[in-house]
Ligand binder design. Sequence first.
Ligand code: MN
Length: 255
Amino acid sequence: MIDCPSVRILVSNDDGIGAPGLEALAAALRRLGRVFVCAPESTRSGSSSGLTIHEPLQVQRRGAGCWSVRGNPADAVKIALRELLPSPPDLVVSGINDGLNCGVNILYSGTVAAALEGVQYGIPSFAVSRRYSGRRDFGREARLAARLVRWLYDLRPREAAAFNINFPGGPPKGILATAAEPAPYRDRYHRRRDPRGRIYYWLTGGPPRRLRVDGHATDEWAVSRGYVSVTPLRRDLTDRRLLGELERGIHELDL
Ligand code: MN
């Protein structure tokens, strides 16, 4: 199915339309099908699934099948799917982000949010990130990502899934299926004083490095050991077990 010119792929990111990771990814995916690009005009890293709803959403057409939005990745994918593309794409691919999106960072990431937006519309979606290394060339990872996307797409999971793919900084040793590390970062704020004497804070900290969670390798661990990490994500946040308990017990609450 994939590999035929009729396959249509929407590409987005959170580093902005001019980011080298997006250009390399779009170029590699053109070998699989027709590529459309819709991405934020500038960097929107850490924007999660934020939407632009209190101001107009500006869209600029940059060429055939290519748009930028003055908004977040979720805005870009949503408006591409609902308004800009002539028909829904077969795949949404977001990245390549210049920095990892493992563990709890999945919740903050605009790169992952773009993929989750695609899943919300029933489209198999992929988020692709690489450990920050200062390198500007994303060719190797883009080619590998295109191979992975093709393979994962052909798996055809029962419901549309999002796959979170993270590359190490150097040449990968192999690929591991992983669970997202659930433990929080060791968050720390640097407290500094600006040239005008005002205090400001800068968030920093390190990831947890547990080997396994419930018998599965974790994404943080896989990438730290030089492996490509692939984590299947779902958008449904409801805790089904607790929901059952609530349904049984909630009647006891007298309002
Ligand atoms: Mn980013």
